[in-house]
Design a protein around this ligand. Structure first.
Ligand SMILES: Nc1ncnc2c1ncn2[C@@H]1O[C@H](COP(=O)(O)OP(=O)(O)OP(=O)(O)O)[C@@H](O)[C@H]1O
Ligand SMILES: [Mg+2]
Length: 289
């Protein structure tokens, strides 16, 4: 698929380095140009209920980074913390060297606008066409006129393989297509970072695999850094460059690294069991056990 250059009209603040609002004390590792996100000593809770503690990991620019772990271990909550939707109890999240949760509110809003989020359920407006759904952030955050917005929404839909579907309603397309619309909308403002929460949830294996291909293709062509919350092993091994594994019992990360290397080298039985579906599979191939 041809993927065009980014042509969205720049936002008013675009081009301004994010670390304008950086607090004193950022270290080299937080301002490294190869580094998109640094998570430092992060602890997250709902009131007294601890979700995850002492998280430390780095997402490199242009990689597909996986946040994995069993159901309920706190993946979505960690993602909410990285995208500005939930304040951590302790620790910091540096985006391009700026401490997100220490920045002033207007700076934080500017930072959040550089992120795209693809929600688990798609979160599309059923009364709006696909083009209108994708156009929403363009209308809200740019000064573009209706024709430019329509053209851009059409382009974003084409990027995800939905050229010609602009005037369809969400109820008229398949679940896989709805996921793609969610991606097109998240791409509307040309985000530097794209977050996905369980993008394959509810999809058949073939559709899910095609979605993985699309995500990798967008990363390759647009250079967008991708952070993906998932427990789908085929996706993890197919497109994950790096990862962190969250454990629900100890409520912290117990492994990190390239998932394929973790599969081969990680000796922690909890990680090994997860990556092999309890010892039954390796890279999607059932063993004879
Ligand atoms: N708004 C909330 N208030 C209180 N507790 C919450 C809230 N949201 C989530 N939780 C709790 O936080 C824990 C982690 O939830 P979270 O949704 O982050 O897990 P997850 O790993 O994404 O799960 P899944 O794999 O099922 O999507 C759960 O015990 C959940 O009940
Ligand atoms: Mg979740």
């Amino acid at each position: 698929m041809f993927i065009g250059r980014r042509i969205t009209k720049p936002l008013a603040d675009r081009g301004r380095p994010l670390n304008n609002g950086a607090k004193q004390g950022s270290t080299m590792s937080e301002t490294d140009t190869e580094t998109a996100i640094v998570v430092k000593d992060l602890t997250i809770s709902y009131g007294d209920f601890l979700i995850q503690k002492d998280l430390n990991f780095t997402v490199k620019r242009g990689e597909i980074f996986i946040i994995m772990g069993g159901s309920g271990c706190g993946k979505t909550t960690v993602m909410r913390c990285l995208t500005g939707l939930k304040e951590p109890a302790r620790g910091q999240v540096f985006l391009d060297g700026v401490s997100f949760w220490e920045a002033e509110e207007d700076e934080r809003e500017r930072m959040a606008r550089r992120l795209g989020i693809v929600y688990q359920q798609g979160a599309l407006w059923s009364s709006m066409t696909l083009a209108e759904n994708v156009a929403l952030p363009l209308g809200e955050y740019t000064d573009l006129g209706p024709k430019d917005i329509r053209d851009l929404a059409t382009l974003k839909l084409a990027l995800v393989g939905l050229a010609g579907f602009e005037d369809y309603y969400p109820s008229e397309i398949s679940g896989g297509m709805r996921k793609r619309v969610g991606i097109a909308r998240a791409l509307a403002l040309d985000p530097e970072l794209l977050f996905f929460d369980e993008p394959s949830a509810g999809l058949d294996p073939i559709t899910s695999s095609r979605l993985d291909d699309l995500i990798a293709e967008l990363r390759d062509n647009l250079g967008t850094t991708m952070v993906m919350v998932t427990h789908e092993l085929p996706s993890i091994f197919a497109i994950g460059d790096d990862s962190v594994f969250l454990d629900p019992d100890t409520k912290t990360m117990i492994a990190e690294g390239d998932p394929k290397r973790l599969l081969e080298e990680c000796r922690d039985p909890r990680v090994h069991a997860f990556l092999t579906r309890g010892g039954k599979e390796t890279f999607g191939q059932t063993t004879s056990k």
